[in-house]
Design a protein around this ligand. Structure first.
Ligand code: ZN
Length: 399
């Protein structure tokens, strides 16, 4: 049996932070919480830092100079490895708006990647961002590939992906969206509002159809605005009025100001918010020039002020965020309580992608997906199902 004891750290549980907590890991699972180290079991000293559940990123495009749109198994493995070094132990692989032929190649690469071993975050499934979005809220999505859904296209892609699509984002004001929501429901896919110019009425209608999540809330969605001399509420207000709707927030300290994140936290609470990176290729690297989307045919971007931007600086083009930075922004910069930040980084996203029975918290019998951080919230060690996938240089020196 493969056994390990991790102790001497502040351990996050769903309802509290335990000082001097510990975990016993056996064969990739958590066998006991806050019990002394059994005789003869190797131990890891968290050295007064933090022992947290591994982070689950529901919205990530790339990292480590790879993007899922590269459509190779190697790109999937590279992104999983790069983000794992920042505490991500599971992720949804996010695609961009593109032609169906490229989307199928990406899906094929995903399916192939899953058959091969890799070291890094577990890839839970696919997240399709587009191609059904509003040109008015396109962000960095390519307008040329924007379109409206047909049942045939949806069924074709869902079948091609063999049940591996976790979530699909769309603008609900487009034609065909009631059907879209129904098809997502039939296939058990999380249906999210994104890149939209819908007003509050249209958003409410969409929630009734089955849209239940809002993608990168505050970014590329509508809010209070004036149209032809009349004021309208937007998706933001509608989302705040619906207790059943969940949101995700890009926690890079650039996409969302402090007060806006604090407001979202106050209204929605930790059980209805997932913190995400929306990271692109340049994350987990030092690159100042990069490409959003596929390496060939993607959009050139520059990294400036810790965020990826179109070269004319007209729009952000994904983040260079990592989940450890998301933690530091939400907790240290924006002042949200650590225990709730941990829920938003792990348990809520686990629930949203249906794996909360085995991931998202440090509880007995769950996967031993664990991040050990320093007292200053720098990642020291990362375990995926009990296997050490990353150890910082600092940790290596201490050994
Ligand atoms: Zn995205």
């Amino acid at each position: 049996m493969n056994t390990l004891w991790i102790g001497n750290g502040r351990l996050a549980q769903p309802d509290r932070i335990v000082n001097n907590g510990s975990l016993l890991v056996e064969d990739g699972r958590i066998a006991a919480v806050n019990e002394p180290c059994p005789a003869g079991v190797p131990s890891v000293d968290a050295a007064g830092g933090y022992i947290l559940p591994g982070f689950i990123d529901l919205h990530v495009h790339g990292g480590g100079d790879a993007d899922f749109m590269d459509a190779t198994p190697e790109a999937f493995h590279e992104v999983a490895k790069a983000h794992c070094a920042h505490g991500t132990t599971a992720l949804a692989a996010t695609t961009m708006t593109c032609a169906d032929s490229l989307l199928e190649e990406v899906i094929d690469a995903y399916l192939q990647a899953k058959t091969q071993p890799w070291s890094g975050a577990e890839i839970l499934g696919l997240h399709l961002e587009g191609p059904f979005f509003s040109a008015a809220s396109k962000g960095a999505q390519p307008v040329a590939e924007q379109r409206i859904p047909t049942r045939a296209m949806l069924e074709h892609i869902l079948t091609h992906a063999q049940g591996q699509i976790l979530r699909w984002d769309a603008a609900p004001e487009l034609e065909g969206m009631e059907m879209f929501a129904q098809v997502m429901r039939e296939h058990g896919v999380l249906c999210a509002i994104a890149h939209t110019n819908a007003d509050a009425d249209q958003a409410m209608q969409a929630f009734d159809w089955g849209f239940s999540h809002v993608t990168h809330f505050y970014n590329a969605i509508s809010t209070f605005h004036k149209k032809k001399g009349i004021v309208h509420a937007g998706v933001v207000e509608a989302t705040y009025l619906r207790d059943d709707v969940t949101i995700e927030l890009i926690s890079d300290g650039r996409h969302i100001p402090k007060e806006s994140m604090q407001l979202a936290y106050r209204i929605k609470g930790a059980d209805h918010i997932a913190l995400i990176t929306d990271a692109m290729r340049a994350s987990c690297t030092c690159a100042l020039h990069s490409i959003l989307g596929p390496r060939i045919g993607g959009v050139p971007v520059i990294v400036k002020d810790d965020v990826a931007q179109l070269t004319d600086l007209s729009s952000y083009a994904g983040s260079v965020c990592t989940m450890d930075r998301a933690l530091r922004v939400a907790h240290l910069q924006y002042g949200l309580p650590l225990q709730d930040v941990c829920r938003m980084l792990s348990l809520t996203p686990a629930r949203l992608c249906g794996c909360q029975d085995r991931k998202g918290s440090l509880e007995k019998d769950k996967d031993a997906d664990v991040v050990i951080l320093s007292p200053g919230f720098e990642v020291r060690r990362v375990y995926v199902r009990g296997v050490l996938c990353h150890a910082s240089e600092q940790t290596a020196k201490e050994q």
